[in-house]
Design a protein. Sequence first.
Length: 181
Amino acid sequence: MMTGPVLAHTETGHASGFLSGFFHPLFGPDHVVAMVAVGLWGAFLRAPALWLLPIVFPLVMALGGALGIAQIEVPAVETGIALSAVILGLCVAFAFKPPLWVAAIIVGAFAIFHGHAHGAEMPDAADAMSYALGFVIATGLLHLCGIAFGALARWPSGTVLVRSAGGLIAVAGGAFLSGGV
């Protein structure tokens, strides 16, 4: 009648709050593809979108996280997260080049859903500030991955790869939306 160690519990204190927040977006494929898509789209649009979109997303995501922590309801969070992958992936796949303010609004709107999910799923024992810092830093790193891959768009064959990655992200978002993943 012996049990194995339970590894699912979060410890109290800053380190566990930070680590819980840091790993949360990294282990959610729906979050990963959408956050990489933000970096891809920013790289595809080039400066200043290259840096503005990956700054807007975590800033607005932190606001969404605060709403989630405060248990303020945001409707259709999971649908919004899945749609973010579809829409952002399609923006990359179809080389959508809107004015910068439109791109920032699109990214910011989806960031609310991602942030709310992070905040609402914060472990009870976690320190909110440490947790939020963790998920914002992990999000920034995922954006940087997208930017790095998106840098290939400087060359014609790289543009095909980046746009194809956008298409794959949109398909993944469709799978999330349909409940297939």
